[in-house]
Design a protein around this ligand. Structure first.
Ligand code: BG6
Length: 472
């Protein structure tokens, strides 16, 4: 709705930027770090591995100086589980503990609020080897033990904690679970079993955080794809509602409401994929609610019905990394009203406002945006600085929609752009850059890894300085 008055961003709004350990740190085999599923993942020869990344492990002071210059109020980063517990459990690696102590102290010294993700995709390969990882109940206690150590070690300085990054992308991307089975349907079943274990582990971490960290706040960092019915046919509207339940709310409902939604339960039961729920699980979930809900938002999806026919039966599912169509449920189609990035991600700033409003209406928790950004192929010019106007445009429009959501009552803790500097993309190596700062390396040529400020660096500096007043 168009309103007479638009609210300003509140004082204390956490203007931030984000990263994750395996995408930024490098030093993958240094100082006692163990192997994670990301380290052992086979990447295409055209794409770099994660061994050097942006070399932040060795250059974190320089990077924090840039964050300070940009004016960041918050930095959201993740801790590499295998730097702390090289095998995922058992012996602790002091050098890993020291690294994050130094990093956090440097942030505090520069008045930047640390927002820490406990686990962002890089699951310890050691736990996969020991018992299969998240598909085994032992994973719950190993995660809780790891989280507890973090709370006790860093909880005096870290007050914002994120439990699991994009659990949905772990559930549906078997390599992130360490699963190697060839049978995709079996991988889906195991994914939903892992999902339940991750939900229980999240509840345990929330409980521990509340017990250990004075004034600590903790919540999940989910991904959220806003979905629209492709046409005004009731069949598309129904497919869209089902897709929202099965793709977005299915893991937030247990995490926040302490229950599985009816649509998701029926979906799992029909496919014999309902995980075993142990006595006490749902009580634990109900009793330990998050303090806020963090979410990552990049694009929206247009949804059409996909009725069963002679060629398709219940359980037939196709993937485009994430599920893209499922017989009897829904299919994702192109939205002709929207432009897309080079990777086909449909750009939809209003979708961010709609996502925030849906999440607020359903869960009534303050929201924190932990990722939003524009991935692009970029080459540093021979003269002048990199003019990343597309990124500025993308972020301006999305931030403006955060303000619109606040204007109608949604509470936000902050906005963290993805990513603070150029880091390795989840699937496209260094060819897809998101940062405010250019890192001088290519896919396989490490060059000098020098940091160079893009135009968006100065733009975001201004956004923070004016507390968002320069956003149209
Ligand atoms: C989110 C992840 O899925 O999206 C990040 O939390 C990831 O780790 C980001 O990098 C962007 O995805 P991609 O594939 O463009 O790097």
């Amino acid at each position: 709705m168009q309103t007479k008055k638009v609210k300003d961003f509140p004082e204390g709004f956490l203007w931030g930027a984000s990263s994750s350990a395996f995408q930024i740190e490098g030093a993958a085999y240094e100082d006692g770090k163990g192997l994670s599923v990301m380290d052992v993942r086979k990447v295409k020869p055209t794409v770099c591995d994660y061994s050097v990344a942006s070399d932040h492990y060795h250059r974190y002071k320089e990077d924090i100086a840039l964050m300070k210059e940009m004016g960041l109020k918050a930095y959201r980063f993740s801790i590499a589980w295998t730097r702390i517990f090289p095998n995922g459990n058992g012996e602790v690696n002091q050098k890993g503990i020291d690294f994050y102590n130094d990093l956090i102290n440097e942030l505090k010294k520069n008045d930047i609020e640390p927002i820490v993700t406990i686990y962002h995709f890089e699951y310890p390969q050691g736990l996969v080897d020991q018992y299969g990882g998240w598909i085994d109940r032992r994973s719950i206690d190993d995660y809780a033990t790891y989280a507890e150590l973090l709370f006790r070690t860093y909880g005096d300085r870290v007050k914002y904690w994120l439990t699991i990054n994009e659990q949905d992308h772990v559930v549906h991307m078997p390599f992130r679970l360490g699963l190697t089975d060839d049978n995709r349907k079996e991988k889906e079943r195991l994914g939903f079993l892992a999902n339940h274990n991750m939900c229980v582990a999240t509840a345990k971490a929330i409980k521990l955080c509340h017990e250990i960290v004075k004034d600590g706040k903790i919540g999940p960092a989910t991904c959220f794809e806003m979905m629209y019915p492709t046409t005004n046919s009731p069949a598309d509207a129904l497919a869209c509602m089902d897709a929202m339940e099965i793709r977005n709310y299915y893991l937030l409902d247990p995490n926040i409401l302490g229950e599985y939604g009816g649509t998701f339960k029926r979906y799992l039961e029909d496919r014999n994929m309902m995980p075993e729920i142990h006595e006490g699980d749902m009580e634990l979930l109900k009793a330990n609610k998050p303090d806020f809900l963090a979410f990552n938002y990049y694009y929206s999806e247009s949804i059409s019905a996909f009725p069963l026919d002679d060629e398709h039966e219940i359980g037939d599912i196709e993937f485009n990394l994430l599920p893209s169509r499922e017989a009897g449920v829904y299919q994702v189609v192109k939205n002709n009203n929207l432009e897309a990035t080079l990777w086909g991600w449909q750009i939809d700033a209003v979708g961010l406002q709609l996502s925030a409003r849906c999440l607020w209406d359903r869960y009534h928790l303050p929201l924190l945006i932990t990722e939003n950004g524009f991935g692009n192929k970029e080459v540093w010019p021979e003269e002048g600085i990199l003019q990343d106007d597309d990124r500025i445009e993308y972020l301006s429009r999305h931030i403006s929609n955060v303000r619109e959501a606040m204007n109608v009552g949604v509470e936000f803790l902050g906005f963290c752009a993805w990513s603070v500097i150029d880091i390795i993309s989840g699937h496209s190596g260094f060819s897809k850059r998101y940062g405010f700062v250019y890192v001088n390396r290519d896919e396989h040529d490490l060059k000098d890894l020098a940091r160079r400020k893009k135009k968006s660096f100065y733009w975001y500096q201004k956004v923070i300085e004016t507390n968002g007043k320069n956003i149209k």
